[in-house]
Design a binder for this molecule. Structure first.
Ligand SMILES: Nc1ncnc2c1ncn2[C@@H]1O[C@H](COP(=O)(O)OP(=O)(O)OP(=O)(O)O)[C@@H](O)[C@H]1O
Length: 241
């Protein structure tokens, strides 16, 4: 089956700097959910930026539904169908109210104001956020912003999601709600997270990003935790020193 998104031997480095992404192969199939974990600065967000066409590879090839992604117009097609949840929700939200923020995407596609409102309220309802629809966006809490940012993506009915640190700013009950929300979505998804337990709860495939490479993870033995021993905040296996 042709993957939804495919990277073949993709390499990237900023300007003349060393490679951050080094000959990476990665395929995301319909309905597949991949978790991506790795140290700070290992290139996880950069990988999303490459997929979205926000930066271009030094070499290698990207494909969307089997079509090569080379020109801006190719990435425009991808961006209409792939939703990127930014690490910082403030980068995603710019309208005065929550409802306006969510309706912005559909309105931009030419949907009528009434239909955009109906769709936006439906997504808010599905995410349990209906009560926020008249709120001033920039006054929301960090966790509320994160879920509203997710709503701005889901209202576009994408085929795939790229979620960059979706549990940042979420308290435990909201994090649990996000796990339930993702379980209810049948979408191809790549989730970047340092929260291994979240990845284990939401993704069957886990990959580790390290030294510019994307390696296959071993979800059963790999995990993170803090303040216990010196590998605590990095993915590791017990048996490591
Ligand atoms: N615009 C830029 N110009 C130069 N270097 C950059 C730029 N953006 C990111 N970098 C560098 O690229 C490397 C990879 O950054 P990236 O944000 O992809 O890492 P990450 O794995 O997502 O990190 P984190 O877990 O901290 O979010 C880092 O060393 C970062 O400083």
């Amino acid at each position: 089956m042709i993957p939804l998104i495919e990277l073949c031997a993709v390499s990237f480095g900023y300007r003349n700097d060393a490679l951050i992404i080094d000959q990476v192969d990665l395929a995301l199939h319909e309905k597949q959910r991949i978790g991506l974990i790795g140290p700070n600065g290992s290139g996880k967000t950069t990988l999303f930026n490459l997929i979205m066409g926000l930066v271009r590879p030094r070499c290698g090839h990207l494909y969307f539904r089997g079509h090569p992604l080379t020109k801006e117009k190719d990435f425009k097609v991808l961006r209409q169908d792939v939703g990127l949840l930014f690490q910082d929700a403030d980068d995603q939200l710019f309208s005065p109210t929550v409802l306006e923020d969510i309706a912005f995407g559909p309105l931009n596609l030419g949907v009528s104001a009434e239909e955009a409102r109906t769709r936006s309220l439906r997504v808010l309802e599905e995410l349990g956020l209906r009560h926020l629809h008249e709120r001033i966006t920039h006054q929301l809490s960090g966790g509320e912003k994160k879920l509203v940012a997710l709503a701005t993506i889901l209202v576009m009915e994408p085929s795939a999601l790229l979620l960059d640190e979706p549990t940042n700013n979420l308290d435990p009950p909201t994090r649990e709600r996000l796990i339930d929300i993702l379980a209810g979505l049948d979408l191809a998804t790549i989730v970047i997270s340092h929260d291994y337990d979240f990845l284990a709860a939401t993704c069957r495939d886990t990959r580790i990003m390290e030294n510019g490479k994307v390696l296959i993870g071993e979800p059963s033995s790999l995990h993170t935790h803090y303040h216990i021993h010196r590998h605590g905040s990095l993915p590791h296996r017990h048996g490591d020193t």
